[in-house]
Design a protein around this ligand. Structure first.
Ligand code: OOG
Ligand code: NI
Length: 447
């Protein structure tokens, strides 16, 4: 059995290789990682409760390796092969995000690990978007884009061969996994040479900047890698001192005692020199930097309340004002673990304390009694997914004003899943299953 390397180990090697590559390609990413590490160390030093909570949930170790990336692809076939590639690393498509509502011509999923042990080991995620070419309204341009996409292969031949080998053998040896990581990385590398002439690029860019980004290059370059911080407000504040210019607003919920879901901010995409096939030179803006702060995952009721309050709050021009306004609006949202749990607003994981191990739950004892007696501990489950409104904000801050598609047409999860070759997993079902499993492990009947 152990002749093969585990999917978790391959994922960790891959995410490290990708981080090293991106650091070379985009030096600001390295700067941002250093800043995040410094702020995280301070936050842990200053807040022993936070440190204890993360330590209890076994999250301290994963903090420094934790990051997510994002890519955009052009065809169903590319998406389907990516599904195989990520599966080798124990990453599966979770959730469906329709971004056309925000004027962006893509729909997306997140490839990520799903089970407890894998998440603890390394929760590396990749937000993956598929272009919706039907939103290119010029017919001849649409055909041209399809032709260009049909002619390219974003995977190396050896990468394809190793995917086939993995399917056939049921795993990869250490040496094969090493080779796989090197080959797979090629798909995500930046190319300073566009695969099209400057005229085609201009025409596609005019339709939508994202269309040019997806269609005009030989690979699906990683467009950002995002480290996880424990204090996003602090990092946002310090970014200019490191020569990094953040976007105006931090996306997502306000700062809270018990952080919920996901808060994100980014720095604007870089204008990078490229050479077209006809030898003309130009620039392309695609790659940027982002940081995130993760909090507890919300149940469907909690999420509905979050969505309602967020849309009530709207958007602002100034971060400080916006954060204050958000904080006021979110005052109605409970901000302590007990209430979040008792009102069924957030997902938790339960385990027996020392005391609980010594005196295990007896039949008829209620969960609340056991928690009050300190025999069962309830720990918030970290949110492992993304937020469509925030993602739209991140996309838009990099696209500028003119990048709105005219009419979105009906986005369809079914079309996306047909392209992917399988159904996306339902994130709520995953959180619920983890909660139920943890109760069962305590010897308690799921609620
Ligand atoms: C993805 C933008 C969304 C996030 O963290 O929500 C995203 C993209 O620009 O391709 O990365
Ligand atoms: Ni992101």
């Amino acid at each position: 059995m152990d002749k093969f390397l585990s999917a978790d180990a391959i994922r960790t090697r891959f995410s490290q290789a990708m981080s090293a590559m991106y650091q070379q390609e985009v030096p600001q990413y390295g700067t941002l990682m250093q800043l995040v590490a410094t702020v995280n160390d301070r936050a842990l030093e200053a807040d022993s409760a936070l440190r204890d909570r993360l330590a209890a949930a076994d999250e301290i170790d994963r903090l420094s390796i934790e990051r997510h990336g994002a890519i955009r692809v052009g065809t169903a076939a590319e998406l389907a092969t990516l599904r195989q590639l990520f599966a080798v690393m124990g990453m599966y498509p979770v959730g469906y995000y329709d971004l056309s509502q925000a004027g962006v011509p893509v729909h997306s999923t997140a490839f990520r690990p799903v089970d407890d042990a894998a998440l603890r080991r390394n929760p590396f995620r990749v937000f993956t978007s598929l272009l919706r070419p039907e939103l290119i309204d010029d017919e001849s341009l649409r055909e041209k884009a399809a032709e260009i996409l049909a002619a390219r292969d974003i995977f190396t031949p050896r990468c394809r061969a190793l995917l086939a080998l993995h399917a056939q053998q049921g795993g990869l040896t250490d040496a094969q996994a090493g080779e796989f990581v090197t080959e797979a990385l090629e798909t995500f590398r930046w190319h300073a040479h566009s695969s099209v002439d400057s005229q085609t690029y201009q025409a596609l860019n005019q339709q939508h900047r994202l269309i040019a980004d997806v269609v005009c290059f030989p690979g699906c370059h990683i467009n950002h890698l995002t480290p996880r911080t424990l204090d996003i407000d602090r990092v946002q504040q310090l970014m200019p001192s490191r020569g990094i210019d953040p976007k105006t607003l931090i996306e997502g919920p306000p700062r809270r005692r018990v952080p919920i879901l996901l808060r994100q901010t980014s720095f604007k995409a870089l204008e990078e020199p490229i050479v077209f096939r006809d030898g003309h030179q130009g620039t392309h803006t695609a790659r940027f930097g982002e940081i995130e702060q993760r909090g507890v995952a919300l149940t469907p009721q909690g999420r509905a309340r979050y969505d309602r309050l967020l849309s009530e709050a709207g958007s602002g021009q100034d971060n400080q004002q916006h954060q204050q306004h958000l904080a006021d609006i979110f005052r109605d949202f409970p901000d302590d673990e007990t209430t979040l749990r008792q009102q069924g607003l957030a997902w938790f994981r339960y385990r027996l304390s020392e005391k609980g191990l010594a005196t295990p739950p007896a039949q008829g004892e209620s969960l609340e009694t056991l928690i009050a007696a300190g025999r069962v501990l309830a720990e918030p489950q970290t949110y492992e997914d993304f937020l469509p409104v925030s993602a739209a904000g991140i996309f838009q801050s990099n696209l500028g004003d003119r990048a709105q598609i005219r009419s979105a047409g009906q986005a369809s999860r079914q079309t996306f899943e047909a392209a992917l070759g399988c159904a996306v997993l339902d994130e709520m079902a995953l959180y619920e299953a983890r909660q139920q499993q943890s109760l069962a492990q305590c010897g308690l009947r799921p609620a």
